[in-house]
Design a protein around this ligand. Structure first.
Ligand SMILES: [Zn+2]
Ligand SMILES: [Zn+2]
Length: 746
């Protein structure tokens, strides 16, 4: 508990406070600037007032000097950037031929990094951004002049690797590849980026270079494993954070329960505005993160309503899409204390620095502990800080309110990806063959799976030189990095003509059907038309107060059980399944209370995709007393939903990445069966992680169901916002009985 009294103490009094914790202040542990550092770099540090390093910066410098790959996974604002910059700047200063490549997941982050590199004023460093916005006439100049190129995975994939002949000199001299924000590369995107990095390693080797990889990640449970999965090589893990830290108070805040039977709670947005207004009124600089722009705007408006006009004028919303100048202007106003409160969508949480704040409020769990920690990392850089999580009604949020150690102390959530998923890999095998013939020696960089898949990729021909590309155009352009299906739907904003994103074929019908409300970077859009022929969804900005939920019929068939084990008294399987879904209708639901406004039928064809699943068949004694229909189905269905809600505790993913099916009689097993499957074609490792951690996963789910105060099931336990059956046939008691019996058989 906090030993000091703070300005916010009275504000945090009340039943809404589910948990209060304190992280003590910590002194810096420092190390001298290494003697081996190039004088030019040492001088640049000195000019910025840096005459010693944090121990973890020195440690990563030493590990990189030793020639190995490194992943730094210390906390927010711990100086990770200097940790990977030092070895790079040192190498560039020592060798004018040396080259480095920096990868950022977004253009804005690359711009931030380019600016801070420029601010070092280090003459030997010639940094340039090379992305989709770089004018053609500049590109050639950059390739010849720059020794530090900042880009993104998409540009590397489509613009650089296929044209490696233009980059021969750069690749030949490539010493370092920096992968910042590495935890972002998980799931489908991560699986693709892992292949892009393997293609980069192979081409560098062809040009005679073996670059070292320097990665930086938010704190995650498996940093070493992530580095290995992303690059295909081992890396030294630097995780002992030596940066100083001010004391931080952490508050878990649960909006009051309005109706225990229905599990209905007061609005998280209202609570957020009350806390934001209270903190700002006390002169505390506060940032408030919400999931959507609409929520951020409502919090801003409600908070302003609670304050006098002069104080309300010191609140501002902060949006994605601001130019660097606009962002710097907001930052300046914050630093100078002109602004006190900022509301933002969590699209902005990534790395971007908007100054030192006192308090950070997260409205709803942002999906991963790493994201939450990044948001909280804003608070208390100057002195004692306050970080708050306001729970939504979502099951995982409510679980954290009742079981704070699972959020604050446990480190189980792991970033996972699977570069060898054939749905991902095949496109990169084609792209690699286009870049240079693939032979046995390439197994060392591309991985042995790539050679196995080569025989299955159409348009590859086996020749004396190896597998060569026999198609016409460059295949990389056909492989989007954020999807496992090459025939995804484009989502186009009719009001601007901009492409907002891609909807994977297997999910398009449930997420961008006509009439769907589609969320992108925190903004709402209404789908006007889904053109099946042109594979395009036309959307327009939407300001209504409803969201949509698709009703669909799902079937699974087991293709192959790859791992079968006796676990928790039953037969647990992991393997490949085929999932067929047909979206048949959708409901409009009120944002305010989730009530159904309308049900609209849809006429869409069924879609089928192959993926990975974990499934189990409960034993008869585990189902005793639950055998009657529909209780049996309702118990299995509720168990499936609550399991899906908690899988993100064990595998870093979103519940929208996971699908499920429960049935009282499955054709393949001949028995009642529950399936939890990876929602992306081919699977990216989420289901397998569930298989590996089944006991812990089920134990968490039992605690979720036991602890939820509702009587018969609610949105905080067994109901799911993405249920294809619109949350019909759910029995909380039956699910608890079954899962408890399973857990007790362990
Ligand atoms: Zn409940
Ligand atoms: Zn369901």
């Amino acid at each position: 508990m906090s030993t000091t009294t703070a300005l916010w103490d009275d504000l945090l009094a009340g039943d809404e406070l589910a948990h209060l914790a304190s992280e003590p202040a910590r002194e810096a542990r420092t190390a001298p600037v290494p003697d081996s550092l190039e004088p030019a770099v040492r001088d640049a540090l000195a000019r910025r007032g840096i005459d010693e390093l944090y121990a973890h910066q020195a440690e990563s410098y030493a590990a990189a000097r030793g020639g190995g790959n490194v992943i730094v996974t210390t906390g927010t604002a711990s100086g990770k950037t200097l940790a990977f910059n030092l070895p790079v700047l040192d190498a560039l200063a020592a060798d004018r031929h040396a080259r480095a490549l920096y990868l950022y997941p977004t253009k804005a982050l690359a711009q931030d990094q380019a600016r801070s590199l420029g601010a070092l004023g280090l003459a030997p460093v010639r940094a340039a951004i090379y992305d989709g916005d770089t004018p053609t006439e500049r590109r050639r100049q950059i390739r010849g002049w720059a020794n530090l190129v900042l880009t993104n995975p998409d540009m590397l994939h489509i613009g650089v690797l296929p044209r490696h002949d233009l980059w021969g000199d750069f690749l030949h001299n490539l010493r370092f590849v920096v992968v910042d924000e590495a935890h972002v590369y998980r799931g489908v995107f991560g699986s693709h980026v892992a292949n892009v990095l393997r293609r980069l390693r192979r081409l560098a080797r062809i040009y005679g270079a073996e670059p070292q990889f320097l990665l930086a990640s938010a704190t995650i449970a498996n940093a070493g494993e992530l580095a290995q999965a992303l690059t295909g090589e081992e890396a030294t893990v630097v995780e002992d954070d030596a940066a100083p830290r001010a004391e931080r108070t952490i508050a878990l805040w649960n909006p009051p329960l309005l109706d225990a039977e229905l599990g209905l709670r007061a609005s998280a947005l209202g609570e957020a505005s009350r806390l934001l207004a209270g903190l700002v009124d006390r002169g505390l600089r506060t940032i408030c993160f919400a999931k959507s722009r609409k929520s951020a705007e409502l919090i801003h408006r409600f908070a302003a309503d609670r304050l006098d006009a002069a104080t309300a004028a010191r609140l501002a919303p902060y949006r994605a899409g601001y130019t660097p100048q606009q962002r710097r202007e907001i930052e300046r106003r914050l630093v100078e204390g002109e602004l006190l409160g900022v509301t933002s969508t969590d699209a902005l949480e990534l790395g971007i620095d908007i100054g030192d704040l006192d308090c950070a409020i997260s409205v709803g769990f942002p999906g991963t502990v790493a994201s939450l920690r990044q948001q909280w990392g804003r608070a208390g850089r100057r002195g004692h800080g306050l970080a708050i999580l306001i729970a939504s009604e979502d099951a995982l949020d409510q679980y954290f309110m009742r079981e704070p150690p699972t959020l604050l102390e446990r480190r189980v959530e792991a970033a996972i990806l699977d570069h060898a998923n054939p749905r991902v890999l095949d496109g990169h095998v084609a792209a690699a063959a286009f870049e240079a013939p693939i032979d046995e020696a390439d197994a060392a960089t591309l991985g042995p799976e790539a050679l196995e898949r080569a025989a299955h990729v159409p348009e590859l021909r086996h020749t004396a030189r190896g597998w060569v590309w026999a198609g016409k155009d460059a295949p990389a352009a056909r492989v989007p990095l954020r999807s496992t299906s090459p025939d995804s739907f484009l989502v186009v904003d009719a009001s601007t003509g901009d492409v907002l994103g891609l909807a994977e074929q297997e999910r398009a019908y449930s997420t961008v059907h006509e009439g769907a409300v589609y969320l992108h970077l925190g903004r709402q859009y209404l789908v006007r038309e889904l053109d099946l022929q042109a594979r395009r969804a036309v959307v327009e900005p939407f300001d209504g107060n409803w969201y949509t939920q698709a009703k669909k019929e799902t079937e699974t068939s087991i293709e192959e059980a790859v791992r079968v084990e006796r676990r928790l008294g039953l037969e647990l399987s992991f393997g490949r399944v085929s999932v067929t879904e047909q979206v048949v209708a959708y409901q409009k639901k009120a944002v305010a209370d989730g009530s159904t406004l309308d049900t609209v039928p849809l006429d869409l064809p069924p879609t089928t995709f192959d993926t990975e699943a974990v499934w189990f068949v409960p034993r008869p004694h585990q189902l005793e007393g639950l055998e009657a229909m529909p209780l049996l189905l309702s118990s299995l269905h509720a168990a499936e939903h609550s399991l899906i809600a908690l899988l993100p505790l064990w595998a870093m993913c979103d519940r929208w990445d996971i699908g499920g099916l429960s049935t009282n009689l499955h054709l393949d097993t001949g028995a009642p069966t529950v399936f939890v499957y990876d929602g992306h074609a081919g699977g990216v490792g989420i289901a397998e992680r569930g298989f590996d951690r089944f006991e812990g996963w089920v134990a968490d789910t039992v605690r979720l169901l036991e602890g939820c105060p509702c009587e018969k099931g609610c949105p905080s336990c067994v109901q799911s916002p993405k249920c294809g059956n619109l949350n019909e046939f759910l029995d909380k008691g039956g699910a608890l009985t079954l899962l408890t019996r399973m857990s007790n058989s362990g």
